[in-house]
Design a protein around this ligand. Structure first.
Ligand SMILES: *Cc1c(COP(=O)(O)O)cnc(C)c1O
Length: 383
């Protein structure tokens, strides 16, 4: 039996120190204990209010519209890429992790031409290289990037890439899934035409809804470009304008919970308040893990306060599955690594997690290392 108290969420569940789905508040979960019809005016109004308040989170005014997309975040990313990039267009994909790779796969399946600028998972895009690709390849119409690449937790330079895209007259599409609501992003950056995110990350809602915040003038040009019926953002939008309704059954409960999550997000002080709590969670986690001897993959200046990648300790007594199971027994669910550059695991800082939860997981980790008889924690470099 663990000697530290077992951690629990407000509803008695293990804490999810994962990048989303994540631990949500009790009030978010309780908000869905009802039935609503999809054409019910109560639901229609809740949906309208959710969609209307999302652009402001990324400083988007009336020139932007939120187009929701049923499904997980990837549905929104695929909808964004295949709606915005025309059949005869070409997109430069900035890749430094699994979500960038996924965008490439989406474009290939949809038959969109791609150019790729790929850097290792611990390295942001090379701005001079991006500049040079855009200067030399006149066929490129769009640039795609991931804001926080959740594979490693790296923060990619959206503002700098937006400036380069602007200079070359390219439209910028951003996957801000794991950063939206926690890290500032400004839609007024002139060539930022679309940003995709979802209900179950930093806004702390339930999983099941993606959305894309679109510059209206850019979306208007997308009629007929999509490769599928369901992922056609233009058609989804046009139908809302005409009828105020989804084309197909919406995840009603997810949207109602998202509304409650947005109320709680505002009460916490929006991006500034939420970002501050996550940054504090991240600081406590990294400091404590380093004190225990763990090494982060990323230097602090590249680390987003969303999820932290730690190198797997070299000590042969450190068996990740045992470590994972023992943490789960103490009420903390962490995340395996997804890196190709190093053996690693990840701990998230987002969701309904407070400073004392982060201190709690550190105490539990210290205890588990003792139980596993792990002594040397220097990462692979020491091996
Ligand atoms: C979570 C996430 C997605 C979407 O993943 P789903 O499993 O489809 O919700 C996309 N991009 C990034 C960067 C993410 O963190």
């Amino acid at each position: 039996m663990p000697s530290t108290p077992v951690a629990r969420s407000e509803t008695g569940d293990p804490l999810l120190l994962t990048p989303g789905p994540l631990t949500t508040s009790k009030t978010v979960k309780e908000s869905v204990l009802h039935d609503w019809g999809s054409r019910d005016t109560t639901f229609v109004n809740i949906n309208k209010s959710v969609m209307a308040r999302l652009p402001a989170i990324v400083n988007g005014g009336d020139e932007f519209v939120t187009v929701p997309m049923q499904g997980s975040g990837t549905f929104a990313v695929e909808a964004m890429l295949t709606t915005f990039i025309p059949h005869d267009g070409k997109v430069l994909l900035l890749i430094n992790g699994a979500y960038g790779q996924r965008a490439k796969k989406i474009c290939e399946i949809a038959g969109r031409s791609v150019a790729v600028h790929e850097t290792p998972e611990d390295t942001p895009p090379d701005l001079a290289a991006v500049e040079s690709i855009l200067r030399n390849d006149k066929a490129i119409t769009h640039v795609f990037m991931v804001h926080c690449e959740t594979t490693s937790g790296i923060l990619n330079p959206v503002v700098k890439i937006a400036e380069i895209a602007e200079r070359h007259g390219k439209s910028l599409l951003v996957d801000s899934m794991s950063a939206f609501g926690a890290l500032p992003l400004d839609m007024k950056l002139s060539r930022l035409d679309a940003v995709a995110a979802s209900s179950n990350k930093c806004i702390q809602g339930l999983p099941g809804l993606g959305f894309v915040i679109c510059r209206k003038t850019a979306l208007e040009r997308c009629k007929g470009q999509a490769t599928t019926l369901v992922l056609d953002l233009h058609d989804q939008w046009a139908n809302f304008v005409k009828t105020g309704q989804y084309r197909f059954t919406p995840p009603i409960h997810v949207i109602v919970a998202f509304h409650q999550a947005l109320e709680e997000f505002d009460a916490e002080g929006g991006v500034a308040g939420r970002g501050k709590r996550y940054a504090e969670n991240c600081r406590i986690l990294i400091q404590g893990m380093r004190e225990l001897g763990f090494e982060t993959l990323l230097p602090d200046q590249l680390q987003a306060p969303i999820i932290v990648t730690f190198r797997m300790p070299a000590d042969k007594n450190f068996v990740f599955q045992t470590f994972y199971d023992k943490l789960k027994d103490r009420g903390y669910v962490i995340y395996p690594g997804k890196l190709t550059v190093a053996d690693s695991f990840r701990i998230g800082c987002i969701g309904q997690l407070l400073a004392h939860h982060m201190r709690g997981v550190l105490t539990a980790i210290r205890e588990i290392l003792d139980e596993m008889n792990v002594r040397s924690l220097n990462g692979e470099k020491a091996a």
